[in-house]
Design a protein around this ligand. Structure first.
Ligand code: ADP
Ligand code: ASP
Ligand code: MG
Length: 475
């Protein structure tokens, strides 16, 4: 049994949905397949924009945007030969979307809960289209929302997490459908609380839905079909010479996703780790290619397998001699941030303990600055809280780094040779990654330099990474 997930690009138009359905059918003849789908390309973004416009009272723009979404889905439905009853259901769903937007407009309020409801329409509108394409090709297909499929979550809107009973519920709902020969088409990204309120798993969450289902149903493999060859040694949009990776460990994928590689949701592999079910990232353009196999073992490779980067970060530095030998100061700083749901991407503390630097997401920088300044500036511990904006994080990832000397030196050398200033450095004790905070303007240059140093094939590398050079490290 396989779970196959199709992202927005592969659901972008009637023709794309048709091709994705053909991929499902290539395998569905021989084994049971559960399909998970994202919203049509760009729809989640469009819904976010409509939500903001409704909240701001821009009713004309909202109406125009809603009409465009209605046209796009109904037209795709018609081209896929969707049955009249299903088309009617899609139109009813569009009407509920219109009313939801009107509600946001009237209240001028978009809470986390209503945002999740709003975003859910993307996947709820695309799943019936995939089911229609499969039905047209002669299969039995049933469209289900995440909640209908059994995906129960916490009520952390925007980043809901599965409840312990989810695995059992998923099997209970999906196995009978598979047994009768149907192909379930489940909306990715969305779940439901135990009282039936719609939630989302965070952007890119369809990958996570697919692996939750794969683990619950004990699938042989979970396949995420993509518009790229697999997980590559860098984002191919940034590095021309990026190559496809044959194998990655679960840990390596988590590090890559954490530091910005958009190709998979950061939590996607977590449901698979315990059972060891492999995740395969497959190329829709080349379905016979192996893609990338993600499993427990890392597979043979050099020290670094991939380079990734994360834009829109900032560095918050809290300093004060009073923090020396006052461990409660750190406890209070972290607990205050945690109460507001702010998590650090990287942490560094100077050896004197007189300062603590945190890399945060850009949007959380100002709120964290105000929070810590208000609470601590007049305390006995903290003398100063500073925010540095326009920061990017670059990370090199690979299990082969463990116990290998000289990786950091080579990385720092390569960046120094490009005149890139390092603002902060971190290496996890698992030695799976080295991450660096740099000025945002240097992001692409740094990624390319790191890729060139570790991953470019010899015939491509015209320039050797310098062993030394200008390197400035500061907190
Ligand atoms: P999906 O639509 O299936 O959710 P995404 O668009 O979220 O897929 O992810 C695929 C995109 O991720 C690619 O188009 C690519 O630009 C980007 N990407 C970033 N880093 C990598 C990487 N290391 N390997 C492959 N793709 C990457
Ligand atoms: N449609 C959602 C998003 O754009 C979920 C996904 O694509 O995985 O984030
Ligand atoms: Mg994605």
């Amino acid at each position: 049994m396989k779970v196959m997930k199709f992202g927005g690009t592969l659901m972008g138009s009637a023709a794309a949905i048709q091709r994705s359905a053909e991929l499902v059918l290539r395998w569905a003849g021989q084994e049971a397949v559960v399909t998970v789908v994202s919203a049509m390309a760009g729809v989640t973004e469009a819904l976010l924009k409509l939500g903001a416009q409704a909240e701001a009272g821009e009713l004309e723009e909202v109406t125009a945007g809603w009409k465009a979404l209605r046209f796009r889905h109904l037209e795709a439905g018609a081209s896929l030969g969707t049955q009249a009853a299903t088309l009617e259901q899609i139109d009813e769903l569009l009407e509920t979307l219109r009313q939801t937007l009107y509600g946001i407009y009237l209240l001028r309020e978009l809470s986390g809960r209503s945002r999740d409801l709003l975003l859910s329409f993307g996947e709820r509108l695309s799943a019936p289209l995939m089911a229609a394409a499969l039905t047209k090709a002669g299969s039995r297909a049933v469209a289900l929302t995440g909640g209908e499929a059994g995906l129960l979550t916490s009520d952390h809107f925007g980043h809901a997490r599965p409840l312990p009973q989810t695995a059992e519920r998923l099997s209970l709902q999906l196995l009978p459908l598979l047994a009768e020969g149907s192909i379930p088409v489940v909306t990715g990204f969305i779940g439901e609380t135990s009282s039936g309120v719609i939630t989302t798993l965070g952007r890119g969450g369809s990958d996570y839905t697919a692996t939750l289902i794969g683990a619950a149903l004990k699938a042989d493999e979970v396949w995420t079909w993509k518009d790229v060859d697999g997980v590559m040694s860098a984002d191919p949009r940034m590095v021309e010479g990026a190559v496809n990776l044959e194998y990655l460990s679960y840990g390596e994928v988590m590090e890559l996703a954490h530091f910005g590689a958009k190709v998979l949701h950061p939590l996607a592999v977590t449901p698979l780790q315990e059972s060891g079910i492999p995740l395969r990232v497959k190329s829709a353009a080349d379905p016979d290619a192996a893609g990338t196999l993600v499993r427990a073992e890392s597979g043979p490779s050099g020290p670094v397998k991939a380079v990734t980067s994360l834009r829109q970060a900032c560095i918050l530095t809290v300093s004060g001699a009073g923090m020396v030998d006052a461990p409660e100061s750190l406890a209070q700083i972290f607990s205050l941030l945690a109460q507001r749901g702010i998590s650090a991407l990287m942490i560094s503390q100077s050896s004197s303990m007189a300062n603590l630097s945190l890399v945060l997401r850009a949007a959380e920088g100002q709120p964290a600055l105000s929070l810590l300044s208000e609470r601590f500036l007049r305390s006995e511990w903290v003398r100063d809280v500073q925010l540095r904006e326009q920061v990017a994080v670059v990370a090199v990832v690979g299990e082969g780094m463990r116990g290998t000397q000289g990786v950091a030196a080579k990385l720092f050398g390569a960046l120094a040779a490009e005149g890139i200033n390092l603002l902060m450095i971190a290496q996890g004790s698992s030695e799976l990654n080295i991450s660096l905070a740099i000025e945002a303007k240097d992001e692409a240059l740094a990624v390319r330099a790191a890729h060139q140093a570790f991953l470019s094939r010899p015939d491509h590398s015209s320039k050797k990474a310098a062993g030394s050079g200008r390197l400035s490290v500061s907190h």
